[in-house]
Design a protein around this ligand. Structure first.
Ligand SMILES: NC(=O)C1=CN([C@@H]2O[C@H](COP(=O)(O)OP(=O)(O)OC[C@H]3O[C@@H](n4cnc5c(N)ncnc54)[C@H](OP(=O)(O)O)[C@@H]3O)[C@@H](O)[C@H]2O)C=CC1
Ligand SMILES: CC(=O)[C@@H](O)[C@H](O)COP(=O)(O)O
Ligand SMILES: [Mn+2]
Length: 384
Protein backbone atom coordinates (compact mmCIF):
# COMPACT_ATOMS: atom_id res chain seq x y z
CA UNK A 1 0.00 0.00 0.00
CA UNK A 2 1.45 3.37 -1.03
CA UNK A 3 0.65 6.53 0.90
CA UNK A 4 0.07 9.33 -1.61
CA UNK A 5 0.57 13.01 -0.87
CA UNK A 6 -1.22 14.99 -3.57
CA UNK A 7 -0.33 18.65 -4.12
CA UNK A 8 -3.03 20.46 -6.11
CA UNK A 9 -5.87 18.04 -5.29
CA UNK A 10 -8.66 20.38 -6.46
CA UNK A 11 -7.16 20.83 -9.93
CA UNK A 12 -7.60 18.93 -13.16
CA UNK A 13 -4.62 16.60 -12.59
CA UNK A 14 -5.48 16.42 -8.88
CA UNK A 15 -9.02 15.17 -9.52
CA UNK A 16 -7.86 12.63 -12.09
CA UNK A 17 -5.22 11.38 -9.65
CA UNK A 18 -8.01 10.86 -7.14
CA UNK A 19 -9.87 8.77 -9.74
CA UNK A 20 -6.81 6.55 -10.09
CA UNK A 21 -6.40 6.25 -6.31
CA UNK A 22 -10.07 5.41 -5.90
CA UNK A 23 -9.89 2.74 -8.62
CA UNK A 24 -7.16 0.88 -6.70
CA UNK A 25 -7.94 0.97 -2.97
CA UNK A 26 -5.73 -2.09 -2.48
CA UNK A 27 -2.66 -0.19 -3.79
CA UNK A 28 -3.08 3.46 -2.85
CA UNK A 29 -4.19 5.50 0.13
CA UNK A 30 -4.54 9.29 0.09
CA UNK A 31 -2.41 10.41 3.01
CA UNK A 32 -2.29 14.19 2.49
CA UNK A 33 -3.59 16.82 0.10
CA UNK A 34 -2.93 20.44 -0.69
CA UNK A 35 -5.04 22.93 -2.52
CA UNK A 36 -5.07 26.70 -2.94
CA UNK A 37 -8.38 28.38 -2.17
CA UNK A 38 -11.19 26.28 -3.56
CA UNK A 39 -12.80 25.10 -0.30
CA UNK A 40 -16.08 24.11 -2.03
CA UNK A 41 -14.24 21.71 -4.31
CA UNK A 42 -12.04 20.42 -1.49
CA UNK A 43 -14.81 19.47 0.97
CA UNK A 44 -16.18 16.48 -0.97
CA UNK A 45 -12.62 15.27 -1.60
CA UNK A 46 -11.83 15.44 2.11
CA UNK A 47 -15.07 13.70 3.07
CA UNK A 48 -14.52 10.96 0.52
CA UNK A 49 -10.83 10.23 1.06
CA UNK A 50 -10.26 11.42 4.64
CA UNK A 51 -6.62 12.51 4.24
CA UNK A 52 -4.76 12.95 7.56
CA UNK A 53 -3.14 16.23 6.49
CA UNK A 54 -4.52 19.15 4.51
CA UNK A 55 -2.44 22.11 3.35
CA UNK A 56 -4.06 25.29 2.07
CA UNK A 57 -2.68 28.49 0.58
CA UNK A 58 -3.03 30.82 3.57
CA UNK A 59 -4.56 31.36 7.00
CA UNK A 60 -7.79 32.82 5.67
CA UNK A 61 -8.49 29.61 3.71
CA UNK A 62 -7.44 27.54 6.73
CA UNK A 63 -9.97 29.36 8.94
CA UNK A 64 -12.72 28.95 6.36
CA UNK A 65 -12.01 25.23 6.02
CA UNK A 66 -11.76 24.65 9.76
CA UNK A 67 -15.14 26.31 10.29
CA UNK A 68 -16.94 23.92 7.94
CA UNK A 69 -15.06 20.68 8.57
CA UNK A 70 -15.78 18.16 11.31
CA UNK A 71 -13.22 15.48 11.99
CA UNK A 72 -9.69 14.83 13.03
CA UNK A 73 -7.61 16.56 10.36
CA UNK A 74 -4.31 18.39 10.60
CA UNK A 75 -4.90 21.60 8.65
CA UNK A 76 -1.88 23.80 7.97
CA UNK A 77 -1.15 26.60 5.53
CA UNK A 78 1.55 28.25 3.43
CA UNK A 79 4.58 27.25 1.40
CA UNK A 80 6.46 25.71 4.32
CA UNK A 81 3.47 23.54 5.05
CA UNK A 82 3.63 22.23 1.48
CA UNK A 83 7.19 21.14 2.18
CA UNK A 84 6.17 19.62 5.52
CA UNK A 85 3.66 17.18 4.02
CA UNK A 86 5.91 16.44 1.05
CA UNK A 87 8.68 15.14 3.31
CA UNK A 88 6.44 13.62 6.00
CA UNK A 89 7.74 10.14 6.98
CA UNK A 90 4.38 8.63 6.01
CA UNK A 91 4.53 10.08 2.46
CA UNK A 92 5.61 7.31 0.08
CA UNK A 93 4.80 9.06 -3.20
CA UNK A 94 4.53 12.78 -3.84
CA UNK A 95 2.29 13.79 -6.72
CA UNK A 96 3.10 17.38 -7.61
CA UNK A 97 0.09 18.75 -9.49
CA UNK A 98 0.04 22.36 -8.36
CA UNK A 99 -0.11 25.07 -10.96
CA UNK A 100 2.97 27.27 -11.26
CA UNK A 101 6.45 27.51 -9.84
CA UNK A 102 4.98 27.50 -6.33
CA UNK A 103 5.74 23.74 -6.41
CA UNK A 104 9.52 24.20 -6.55
CA UNK A 105 10.59 24.18 -2.88
CA UNK A 106 8.37 21.20 -2.02
CA UNK A 107 9.86 19.23 -4.91
CA UNK A 108 13.42 20.00 -3.83
CA UNK A 109 12.64 19.02 -0.24
CA UNK A 110 11.01 15.75 -1.31
CA UNK A 111 14.06 14.86 -3.39
CA UNK A 112 16.30 15.41 -0.36
CA UNK A 113 14.09 12.96 1.53
CA UNK A 114 14.31 10.45 -1.32
CA UNK A 115 10.56 10.36 -1.92
CA UNK A 116 9.16 8.81 -5.08
CA UNK A 117 7.99 11.81 -7.12
CA UNK A 118 5.37 11.89 -9.85
CA UNK A 119 5.59 15.32 -11.43
CA UNK A 120 2.95 17.12 -13.48
CA UNK A 121 4.09 20.58 -12.42
CA UNK A 122 6.21 21.62 -15.42
CA UNK A 123 6.83 25.20 -14.20
CA UNK A 124 9.10 23.79 -11.46
CA UNK A 125 11.40 22.23 -14.06
CA UNK A 126 11.31 25.32 -16.25
CA UNK A 127 12.17 27.81 -13.54
CA UNK A 128 14.93 25.78 -11.87
CA UNK A 129 15.56 22.59 -13.85
CA UNK A 130 19.28 22.59 -13.12
CA UNK A 131 18.69 22.66 -9.34
CA UNK A 132 16.03 19.98 -9.44
CA UNK A 133 18.08 17.62 -11.62
CA UNK A 134 21.30 18.22 -9.69
CA UNK A 135 19.51 17.25 -6.50
CA UNK A 136 17.72 14.30 -8.10
CA UNK A 137 21.10 13.04 -9.28
CA UNK A 138 22.72 13.55 -5.88
CA UNK A 139 19.96 11.73 -3.99
CA UNK A 140 19.41 9.17 -6.74
CA UNK A 141 15.72 10.04 -7.14
CA UNK A 142 13.82 9.26 -10.33
CA UNK A 143 11.30 11.96 -11.34
CA UNK A 144 8.41 10.14 -12.96
CA UNK A 145 6.71 12.37 -15.53
CA UNK A 146 2.93 12.82 -15.61
CA UNK A 147 2.84 15.34 -18.47
CA UNK A 148 1.49 13.25 -21.38
CA UNK A 149 4.36 14.05 -23.78
CA UNK A 150 7.02 13.33 -21.19
CA UNK A 151 5.36 10.14 -20.07
CA UNK A 152 5.35 9.12 -23.75
CA UNK A 153 9.06 9.93 -24.13
CA UNK A 154 9.86 8.17 -20.85
CA UNK A 155 8.09 5.05 -22.15
CA UNK A 156 9.70 5.32 -25.60
CA UNK A 157 13.15 5.67 -24.04
CA UNK A 158 12.68 2.65 -21.81
CA UNK A 159 16.03 3.27 -20.14
CA UNK A 160 18.06 3.69 -23.41
CA UNK A 161 21.14 5.84 -23.03
CA UNK A 162 20.93 9.42 -24.28
CA UNK A 163 23.82 9.03 -26.76
CA UNK A 164 21.62 6.73 -28.85
CA UNK A 165 18.94 9.39 -29.27
CA UNK A 166 18.85 11.30 -32.56
CA UNK A 167 16.00 13.52 -31.43
CA UNK A 168 12.97 13.82 -29.24
CA UNK A 169 9.80 14.77 -31.13
CA UNK A 170 7.17 16.52 -29.03
CA UNK A 171 3.68 16.68 -30.50
CA UNK A 172 1.50 19.79 -30.15
CA UNK A 173 -2.24 19.88 -30.77
CA UNK A 174 -2.07 23.54 -31.83
CA UNK A 175 -4.46 24.59 -29.07
CA UNK A 176 -7.77 26.42 -29.31
CA UNK A 177 -6.66 28.82 -32.05
CA UNK A 178 -4.67 26.51 -34.27
CA UNK A 179 -6.65 27.40 -37.39
CA UNK A 180 -6.57 31.17 -36.82
CA UNK A 181 -4.10 33.57 -38.42
CA UNK A 182 -2.23 36.08 -36.22
CA UNK A 183 -4.55 38.77 -37.48
CA UNK A 184 -7.55 36.79 -36.27
CA UNK A 185 -6.00 36.57 -32.79
CA UNK A 186 -6.33 40.33 -32.14
CA UNK A 187 -9.67 40.19 -30.35
CA UNK A 188 -10.15 36.58 -29.28
CA UNK A 189 -11.96 36.07 -25.98
CA UNK A 190 -11.05 34.19 -22.80
CA UNK A 191 -13.97 31.88 -23.40
CA UNK A 192 -12.72 30.95 -26.88
CA UNK A 193 -9.16 30.48 -25.61
CA UNK A 194 -10.37 28.07 -22.92
CA UNK A 195 -11.97 25.81 -25.52
CA UNK A 196 -9.16 23.29 -26.07
CA UNK A 197 -9.94 20.89 -28.94
CA UNK A 198 -8.73 17.67 -27.25
CA UNK A 199 -8.06 18.03 -23.53
CA UNK A 200 -10.04 19.25 -20.55
CA UNK A 201 -7.43 20.93 -18.32
CA UNK A 202 -6.95 23.77 -15.84
CA UNK A 203 -7.32 27.28 -17.23
CA UNK A 204 -3.65 28.32 -17.08
CA UNK A 205 -2.38 25.35 -19.10
CA UNK A 206 -5.26 25.71 -21.56
CA UNK A 207 -4.21 29.30 -22.31
CA UNK A 208 -0.59 28.10 -22.53
CA UNK A 209 -1.71 25.61 -25.17
CA UNK A 210 -3.38 28.39 -27.15
CA UNK A 211 -0.23 30.58 -27.11
CA UNK A 212 1.98 27.49 -27.66
CA UNK A 213 3.85 28.39 -24.47
CA UNK A 214 2.74 25.02 -23.12
CA UNK A 215 4.89 23.33 -25.76
CA UNK A 216 7.69 25.79 -25.00
CA UNK A 217 7.57 24.86 -21.32
CA UNK A 218 7.52 21.20 -22.35
CA UNK A 219 10.66 21.66 -24.49
CA UNK A 220 12.54 22.89 -21.40
CA UNK A 221 10.92 20.20 -19.25
CA UNK A 222 12.12 17.53 -21.73
CA UNK A 223 15.64 18.99 -21.82
CA UNK A 224 15.97 18.58 -18.06
CA UNK A 225 14.10 15.32 -17.55
CA UNK A 226 15.90 13.48 -20.34
CA UNK A 227 19.20 15.42 -20.38
CA UNK A 228 18.91 16.08 -24.12
CA UNK A 229 20.31 19.26 -25.75
CA UNK A 230 17.81 21.69 -27.30
CA UNK A 231 19.25 20.98 -30.75
CA UNK A 232 17.85 17.46 -30.40
CA UNK A 233 14.33 18.50 -29.45
CA UNK A 234 11.78 19.08 -32.19
CA UNK A 235 8.12 20.06 -32.02
CA UNK A 236 5.56 19.10 -34.64
CA UNK A 237 1.89 19.90 -34.81
CA UNK A 238 -0.38 16.87 -34.52
CA UNK A 239 -3.96 17.95 -34.16
CA UNK A 240 -5.47 14.69 -32.92
CA UNK A 241 -3.29 14.30 -29.75
CA UNK A 242 -3.15 10.55 -30.34
CA UNK A 243 0.62 10.23 -30.67
CA UNK A 244 1.70 11.74 -27.37
CA UNK A 245 5.37 12.09 -28.43
CA UNK A 246 8.21 10.15 -30.00
CA UNK A 247 11.90 9.36 -29.82
CA UNK A 248 14.00 8.90 -32.95
CA UNK A 249 17.16 6.86 -32.40
CA UNK A 250 20.47 7.12 -34.27
CA UNK A 251 19.49 4.14 -36.43
CA UNK A 252 16.34 6.14 -37.49
CA UNK A 253 14.03 3.86 -35.62
CA UNK A 254 11.18 5.95 -34.19
CA UNK A 255 9.36 4.82 -31.06
CA UNK A 256 6.08 6.55 -30.25
CA UNK A 257 3.51 6.18 -27.50
CA UNK A 258 -0.15 6.38 -28.55
CA UNK A 259 -3.46 6.45 -26.75
CA UNK A 260 -6.73 8.30 -26.37
CA UNK A 261 -6.29 11.72 -24.73
CA UNK A 262 -6.80 10.59 -21.11
CA UNK A 263 -4.46 11.95 -18.44
CA UNK A 264 -5.33 9.14 -16.05
CA UNK A 265 -3.11 6.86 -18.15
CA UNK A 266 0.19 8.75 -17.54
CA UNK A 267 -0.87 9.55 -13.95
CA UNK A 268 -1.42 5.89 -13.16
CA UNK A 269 1.80 4.83 -14.89
CA UNK A 270 3.78 7.29 -12.77
CA UNK A 271 2.20 5.78 -9.65
CA UNK A 272 2.68 2.12 -10.57
CA UNK A 273 5.96 2.28 -12.54
CA UNK A 274 7.52 -0.06 -13.56
CA UNK A 275 4.29 -2.11 -13.37
CA UNK A 276 1.21 -1.53 -15.50
CA UNK A 277 -2.23 -2.24 -14.09
CA UNK A 278 -5.75 -2.13 -15.45
CA UNK A 279 -7.31 1.35 -15.68
CA UNK A 280 -11.10 1.12 -15.28
CA UNK A 281 -13.33 3.37 -17.42
CA UNK A 282 -10.59 4.26 -19.90
CA UNK A 283 -10.99 3.54 -23.60
CA UNK A 284 -8.99 1.51 -26.11
CA UNK A 285 -7.56 3.44 -29.02
CA UNK A 286 -9.56 2.72 -32.17
CA UNK A 287 -7.23 3.67 -35.04
CA UNK A 288 -9.60 2.38 -37.69
CA UNK A 289 -12.35 4.77 -36.68
CA UNK A 290 -9.85 7.65 -36.33
CA UNK A 291 -8.56 6.62 -39.76
CA UNK A 292 -6.18 9.59 -40.35
CA UNK A 293 -3.52 11.32 -38.30
CA UNK A 294 -2.19 14.73 -39.34
CA UNK A 295 1.25 16.34 -38.92
CA UNK A 296 2.49 19.82 -39.69
CA UNK A 297 5.71 21.80 -39.26
CA UNK A 298 5.66 24.38 -36.47
CA UNK A 299 5.80 28.03 -37.49
CA UNK A 300 7.76 30.22 -35.03
CA UNK A 301 6.25 33.40 -36.58
CA UNK A 302 2.75 32.14 -35.88
CA UNK A 303 3.69 30.85 -32.42
CA UNK A 304 6.46 33.14 -31.07
CA UNK A 305 6.14 31.76 -27.53
CA UNK A 306 7.65 28.50 -28.76
CA UNK A 307 10.67 30.42 -30.02
CA UNK A 308 10.94 32.33 -26.70
CA UNK A 309 11.18 28.99 -24.90
CA UNK A 310 13.89 27.55 -27.18
CA UNK A 311 15.81 30.84 -26.75
CA UNK A 312 15.33 30.92 -22.98
CA UNK A 313 16.44 27.30 -22.71
CA UNK A 314 19.57 27.85 -24.82
CA UNK A 315 20.47 31.06 -22.94
CA UNK A 316 19.88 29.29 -19.63
CA UNK A 317 20.70 30.82 -16.24
CA UNK A 318 17.82 32.97 -14.99
CA UNK A 319 16.22 33.43 -18.44
CA UNK A 320 13.78 30.50 -18.16
CA UNK A 321 12.76 31.80 -14.71
CA UNK A 322 11.92 35.19 -16.25
CA UNK A 323 10.04 33.62 -19.12
CA UNK A 324 8.03 31.41 -16.79
CA UNK A 325 7.18 34.11 -14.22
CA UNK A 326 6.24 36.62 -16.95
CA UNK A 327 4.03 34.00 -18.55
CA UNK A 328 2.30 33.03 -15.29
CA UNK A 329 1.40 36.67 -14.58
CA UNK A 330 0.45 37.49 -18.17
CA UNK A 331 -1.87 34.48 -18.43
CA UNK A 332 -3.49 35.45 -15.14
CA UNK A 333 -4.04 39.02 -16.42
CA UNK A 334 -5.58 37.65 -19.61
CA UNK A 335 -7.86 35.29 -17.67
CA UNK A 336 -9.03 38.25 -15.57
CA UNK A 337 -9.81 40.24 -18.72
CA UNK A 338 -7.12 42.85 -18.04
CA UNK A 339 -5.04 42.32 -21.19
CA UNK A 340 -5.60 41.00 -24.70
CA UNK A 341 -4.49 37.58 -25.87
CA UNK A 342 -1.58 38.88 -27.96
CA UNK A 343 -0.34 40.99 -25.05
CA UNK A 344 0.65 37.77 -23.27
CA UNK A 345 3.55 37.28 -25.66
CA UNK A 346 4.40 41.01 -25.65
CA UNK A 347 4.88 40.95 -21.88
CA UNK A 348 7.07 37.85 -22.03
CA UNK A 349 9.19 39.15 -24.91
CA UNK A 350 9.69 42.55 -23.33
CA UNK A 351 10.74 41.13 -19.95
CA UNK A 352 13.09 38.61 -21.56
CA UNK A 353 14.67 41.32 -23.73
CA UNK A 354 15.31 43.51 -20.71
CA UNK A 355 16.70 40.81 -18.45
CA UNK A 356 20.35 40.70 -17.39
CA UNK A 357 20.99 36.95 -17.16
CA UNK A 358 22.61 35.46 -14.06
CA UNK A 359 24.42 32.22 -14.93
CA UNK A 360 23.98 29.08 -12.83
CA UNK A 361 21.64 30.74 -10.30
CA UNK A 362 21.12 29.33 -6.81
CA UNK A 363 17.65 28.97 -5.27
CA UNK A 364 17.71 32.39 -3.65
CA UNK A 365 18.59 34.10 -6.95
CA UNK A 366 15.81 32.23 -8.71
CA UNK A 367 13.32 33.24 -6.05
CA UNK A 368 14.30 36.93 -6.24
CA UNK A 369 14.32 37.02 -10.06
CA UNK A 370 10.93 35.31 -10.03
CA UNK A 371 9.50 37.89 -7.61
CA UNK A 372 10.96 40.89 -9.49
CA UNK A 373 9.66 39.58 -12.81
CA UNK A 374 6.16 39.08 -11.40
CA UNK A 375 6.09 42.66 -10.13
CA UNK A 376 7.23 44.03 -13.50
CA UNK A 377 4.78 41.86 -15.43
CA UNK A 378 1.88 42.88 -13.21
CA UNK A 379 2.65 46.54 -14.01
CA UNK A 380 2.52 45.88 -17.76
CA UNK A 381 0.06 48.67 -18.60
CA UNK A 382 2.08 51.26 -16.74
CA UNK A 383 5.60 50.21 -17.71
CA UNK A 384 5.54 49.35 -21.38
N1 LIG B 1 -4.44 19.48 -16.65
C1 LIG B 1 -3.71 18.69 -17.40
O1 LIG B 1 -4.25 17.85 -18.15
C2 LIG B 1 -2.21 18.79 -17.38
C3 LIG B 1 -1.56 19.60 -16.47
N2 LIG B 1 -0.20 19.62 -16.42
C4 LIG B 1 0.48 20.47 -15.45
O2 LIG B 1 0.03 20.11 -14.15
C5 LIG B 1 -0.03 21.25 -13.28
C6 LIG B 1 -1.46 21.41 -12.76
O3 LIG B 1 -2.31 21.64 -13.87
P1 LIG B 1 -3.91 21.62 -13.73
O4 LIG B 1 -4.30 20.47 -12.87
O5 LIG B 1 -4.44 21.74 -15.09
O6 LIG B 1 -4.15 22.98 -12.95
P2 LIG B 1 -5.47 23.48 -12.18
O7 LIG B 1 -5.50 24.95 -12.31
O8 LIG B 1 -6.64 22.70 -12.61
O9 LIG B 1 -5.16 23.09 -10.67
C7 LIG B 1 -4.10 23.69 -9.98
C8 LIG B 1 -4.06 23.22 -8.56
O10 LIG B 1 -3.03 23.94 -7.88
C9 LIG B 1 -3.60 24.65 -6.76
N3 LIG B 1 -2.92 25.94 -6.64
C10 LIG B 1 -2.89 26.93 -7.56
N4 LIG B 1 -2.17 27.98 -7.10
C11 LIG B 1 -1.73 27.61 -5.87
C12 LIG B 1 -0.95 28.26 -4.88
N5 LIG B 1 -0.46 29.50 -5.06
N6 LIG B 1 -0.68 27.58 -3.73
C13 LIG B 1 -1.13 26.32 -3.55
N7 LIG B 1 -1.89 25.67 -4.45
C14 LIG B 1 -2.19 26.30 -5.58
C15 LIG B 1 -5.07 24.82 -7.11
O11 LIG B 1 -5.85 25.05 -5.95
P3 LIG B 1 -7.26 25.88 -5.95
O12 LIG B 1 -7.84 25.74 -7.29
O13 LIG B 1 -8.01 25.21 -4.85
O14 LIG B 1 -6.93 27.29 -5.60
C16 LIG B 1 -5.35 23.48 -7.77
O15 LIG B 1 -5.51 22.48 -6.79
C17 LIG B 1 0.45 22.44 -14.15
O16 LIG B 1 1.82 22.62 -13.96
C18 LIG B 1 0.17 21.96 -15.57
O17 LIG B 1 1.00 22.57 -16.52
C19 LIG B 1 0.57 18.85 -17.26
C20 LIG B 1 -0.04 18.05 -18.18
C21 LIG B 1 -1.46 17.97 -18.34
C1 LIG C 1 -2.42 16.72 -21.57
C2 LIG C 1 -1.13 17.40 -21.66
O1 LIG C 1 -0.09 16.82 -21.44
C3 LIG C 1 -1.13 18.81 -22.06
O2 LIG C 1 0.13 19.41 -21.80
C4 LIG C 1 -1.45 18.80 -23.52
O3 LIG C 1 -0.32 18.30 -24.15
C5 LIG C 1 -1.82 20.12 -24.03
O4 LIG C 1 -1.90 20.03 -25.41
P1 LIG C 1 -1.15 20.98 -26.42
O5 LIG C 1 -0.22 21.89 -25.67
O6 LIG C 1 -0.43 20.06 -27.33
O7 LIG C 1 -2.28 21.71 -27.04
MN1 LIG D 1 1.59 18.07 -22.04
Amino acid sequence: MKNITLLGATGSIGLQTLDVIEAHPDQFRLFAISFGENVEKAIPIIKRFKPEWIVVKNNAVKNKLTSVLNGNYHIISGLEALEEISVHPKTDVLVNAVMGSVGLEATLAAIEHRKQIAIANKETLVTAGHLVMEKADKYNVNLLPIDSEHSAIFQALNGESSNQIKKIILTASGGSFRDKSRDELQNVTVRDALNHPNWSMGSKITIDSATMMNKGLEVIEAHWLFQVPYSKIEVIQHQESIIHSMVEYIDHSVIAQLGTPDMRVPIQYALTYPERINLPKSESLDLVSISKLHFKEMDFNRFPCLKFAFDAGEIGGTMPTVMNAANEVAVDLFLKGKIKFLEIEQIIESLMNNHQVVANPDLQTIQSVDTETRIKAAGFKREF
